[in-house]
Design a protein around this ligand. Sequence first.
Ligand code: DGJ
Length: 547
Amino acid sequence: MKTAAIALALAICGLAAAAQSPSLPHLRREGGATQLVVNGRPFLIRGGELGNSSASNLDYLAPFWQRFRALRLNTILAPVYWDLLEPEEGTFDFALVDGLVAAARKHDIKLVLLWFGTWKNSMSCYAPAWVKKDQRRFPRSVDASGRSVEILSPFSPANRDADARAFAALMKHLRAIDGEPQTVVMVQVENEIGMIPDARDHSEQATTAFASAVPPDLIEFLVKRADSLAPELRERWHSAGAKRAGTWADVFGGGAAAEEIFMAWHFARFTQHVTSAGKAEYPLPMFVNAALIRPGYQPGQYPSAGPLPHLIDVWRAGAPAIDFIAPDIYFPTFVEWTRRYGRGGNPLFIPEALRGPDAAVNALYAFAEHDALGFSPFAIESIGEPAAGLLAASYDVIEQLTTLILAHRGRGTMAGLIQEHPDNRQPQQIRLNGYALSAGFERSAPPSLADGAAAASSTATAMPAGGLVIATGADEFLFAGIGVTVTFAATEPGWQTGILSVEEGRFVKGRWQNVRWLNGDETHQGRHLRLVPGRLSIQRIKLYRYR
Ligand code: DGJ
């Protein structure tokens, strides 16, 4: 009764207002960057993804919303479970979705919904019982030994259509309840699609398809984008002779790598169908996410054929309705993965990240270095200290700097500050606005040792180090972050660089407020800028040149 009332109230509110809606949430390419536009304004997602089961009961979730606000989140990523949404075929229960949207609105938080449909981490664990129990109608993938696995086969039109119908029903309902308020800003289609324990499905349909010709659509895409293909795919295609026709093994050289490309195409086609059905009802931005590859793993050993960077062209060709592909980054090689996902015009969004202390600096880095749409540690309701305090401080900084970050996107005037790898002690070298910046990192001070005191305690927790820099004017930079010391050199020959002033401050309602001037010990008497270890701060620096 209660949920029916919520649904009705939401529907009335959404429908009435949808008529006046100037635009739905959408992606807009501007200069060199992509903006997510929500309620008519660019929006940066300071996100957190819920643990898988926390959105399955609204009462369970209720106590966490205040904490999300305290963490300075503006968006929660939350699953919608197919088995709970459509417990009987054709009968939909939107109570959980309605309750989630209502709770998010009440706390002034946006949502990215995750469609846990046919696949969740490769498996089909969220398919409803009426799908799981009817294997004849809804066929499974088969492994190389001929055993079916709990992965619905992407080669089955029945599987595809059942998912698409459910997803379309969800999107139709969302349009009705949320067309104007725009609480839901994007949707992830499926979750970490991938084939395991073999590189490909060995069902009869799959085996027939693998022996057939590569679809001309894919070949045409490869030919048309020959110059901008992901290097790994181009290399594979070219070393097999860059053929324009043939079976998958002919065109991509056989082996597990060719099988993976084949599967990626079929996963993408399935996803395209589901996504288009959803977008036909309510065209929110939609993306797919990927489980990344452990070093040295081969196709079949990791969830293969998902939206991985080496397969991005196959996914683009097969699923053009998908707006971008997104990495779930749990590895310490954050820099490498963001780089690989930020190439070729793919907007970077990180729906899942490790919820450790480094999340605080990884978020700043992603926004500044890659114009990220958003960042989101996983299982945010379970975040503990010191990660929680650091993330809250980082998101607070991002909130203060949002206008500035948005103004500098795609202009080459921002950079992320980060260690290429946590063990890498080399200073980072950056060229920005006529200066060469050298950034060194101090990771060792715990929060209690702020302001530089005894920074070198060897027993301290590994605190993060990193942040961002924005060139705010000629000879002026704004820095934000933690544990970074920066020196400056003019790139123009014959000139030396001095520091005119460094001040710590914060933005209050968009206006800069001085906290203190830092021209003595804090700058090593004018030699450098130092974002102290142990706490996040914002500093502005003015430089000058002399002979
Ligand atoms: C990645 C998945 O996408 C999540 O749903 C969850 O299973 C996490 N892994 C667990 O680490």
